[in-house]
Design a protein around this ligand. Structure first.
Ligand code: XMP
Length: 507
């Protein structure tokens, strides 16, 4: 596997993705927490960074166990780091070195640049530049503006590049990573969903042995794939609990429960709708709702888990982006916009050890693993749905009647998307019940009823999103259906805000 040392670049996750796309397993670790089991890693990549190597805040890890001992690829900050502290010189650059550039020189016959030709487009993003290469460096490539765009160190398998091979705009970036990882470091491209399943099943067996494990199923892709993996590893020692918080989609609880049973999972459905409604009574503030729902979930889950004897482990469907997000939410530089409670949200008093089989992989990889495990493609293709469910799509306070109303609206919208072949073109869709009454006219009567907003977005990870240009005919039909069929709604609007500056959910 490959070790990626993170210096805080916004692109570090992309490096991991590209490496995985080459069917090579990689892990990101913070630059100052170099793993002790270095023998397990066959190559190391240093990421970029928002810091400058010249500043007082320069990140300065001890690479003595890595440098010259393992194949090393230093990207951007990494390249400057190797230059600055090993006899070279880094200085502020005179020209802005951001965005597109082209390689104007490539040293002949370098494995590192195999299948890459002069003129290849690369992406730059840096304000310092390497004025002078470090000791024993050999220049490998230049662009028109950046002379020292790539170099290697003589007598070592150490390579450094000023541009970012991990971004899509570096056209041959993936080839370059392949050249380094396969051609130079000699890694095998054998990391596939099948091998992941095999390794993970073994790892789970080794970790939990004959212990009992409890897991909360949500109907979503992540918890489902985690459950099937664990089931494969430990069979009926896995106890799944599927809680109906009363804020799920229409008929979701019954349908998904049936589906789980059909998959041979040892699952108990717990209908706690009333308990959640009680807990939410009168609460209007979005964050307070999240907390109330989160706490109610913990109570219900805990009650159920306590009914099981001798459970030692709690399994969770945490995936890699959750891990990264919760790192930044607890002490990182980024602000907490919404308190998603999926990670680390379980109480200490449960005293269970945690097993998270999907912790190291991305959403698209989870889907690939799920497909390998034979999970129904329809289930794997489901849109993301927030843990607090319709609770954060009913603006203002929540009542049973509002939930029912929104479930009807949502079902018409989602079923419509499926019927029109639009569901898979949309990353996430749903409806919001607004705390607004507006005047309408039905027959000869004045109405004064609720307004709902429909939202459909395209996105890759939920971090940024744009609204989907759904056909007018579809919107027209959907709006008619909703107003005609759902009592209490007399107006439908479509949300055309992007994220940022809006968010996907309204609360
Ligand atoms: P926002 O609204 O922040 O949503 O743009 C981004 C993605 O996260 C989901 N979301 C949540 N998921 N608990 C969850 O499990 C939450 O509290 C929560 N809030 C938002 C949202 O549905 C979208 O996919």
């Amino acid at each position: 596997k490959v070790l990626i040392l993170d210096f805080g670049s916004q692109y570090t996750q992309l490096i991991a993705r590209r490496v995985r796309e080459l069917n090579i397993y990689s892990e990101i670790h913070p630059f100052n927490k170099i793993p002790t089991n270095l023998n397990d890693y066959k190559a190391v990549i240093l990421s970029g960074s928002p810091f400058s190597v010249r500043g007082e805040s320069a990140l300065h890890p001890d690479l003595s166990e890595i440098r010259a001992k393992k194949p090393l690829l230093a990207v951007c900050y990494g390249a400057q780091y190797l230059a600055h502290f090993s006899g070279g010189e880094v200085a502020p650059s005179n020209t802005r070195e951001y965005g597109r550039a082209n390689l104007s020189f490539i040293k002949n016959e370098e494995t590192f640049f195999k299948h890459i030709n002069e003129g290849s487009q690369v992406w730059m993003s840096h304000s310092d530049t390497i004025k002078q290469l470090p000791t024993k460096a050999i220049l490998l490539a230049s662009t028109t503006d950046v002379k020292n765009a790539a170099y290697k160190i003589e007598g070592e398998q150490t390579y450094a590049i000023q541009f970012h091979p991990e971004v899509y705009h570096s056209t041959d970036g993936k080839q370059l990573l392949e050249n380094f990882l396969v051609g130079i470091a000699g890694l095998n491209q054998d990391w596939t969903p099948d091998s992941f399943v095999e390794e993970t099943v073994e790892a789970i067996q080794e970790k939990v042995g004959n212990d009992k494990v409890v897991l909360g199923l949500s109907g979503g892709v992540d918890s489902t794939v985690a459950a099937v993996l664990l089931n494969k590893a430990i069979g009926n020692n896995l106890y799944c609990i599927f809680v109906n918080n009363g804020l799920l989609r229409k008929n979701e609880f019954e349908n998904v429960l049936k589906q789980y049973e059909g998959m041979g999972l040892n699952v108990k459905g717990v209908d706690a709708s009333q308990r959640f409604l009680e807990a939410l009574k009168g609460i209007e503030d979005p964050e307070k709702k999240r907390k109330a729902i989160g706490n109610a979930f913990i109570e219900v889950f805990d009650d159920e888990a306590n009914k099981l004897e001798d459970v030692k482990w709690l399994a969770q469907g945490t995936i890699y982006p959750d891990v990264i997000e919760s790192v930044s939410a607890t002490g990182g530089p980024s602000a907490t916009i919404k308190s998603h409670h999926n990670v680390g949200g379980l109480p200490d008093f449960m005293k269970l050890k945690i097993v998270e089989p999907l912790r190291a992989i991305f959403k698209d990889e989870v889907r690939r693993v799920g497909a390998t495990l034979g999970i129904d493609p329809e289930l794997l293709g489901r849109h993301p749905f927030p843990g607090p469910g319709l609770g954060i799509r009913i603006l203002g306070d929540i009542t049973a009647e509002k939930v029912r109303m929104l479930q009807e609206v949502d079902a018409i919208f989602i079923n419509g998307l499926k019927a029109w072949g639009l569901y898979d073109k949309v990353w996430q869709a749903g409806a919001m019940l607004l705390p607004v009454n507006s005047v309408g006219v039905m027959g000869d009567e004045r109405t004064y009823e609720k307004c709902v907003a429909l939202r459909a977005v395209e996105s890759t990870d939920g971090m940024t999103a744009d609204w989907v240009n759904l056909p007018y005919e579809f919107l027209q039909k959907t709006s008619n259906d909703i107003i005609n069929k759902v009592k209490g709604v007399n107006r439908v609007v479509y949300d055309i805000s992007s994220k940022p500056p809006a968010t996907i959910e309204w609360e």
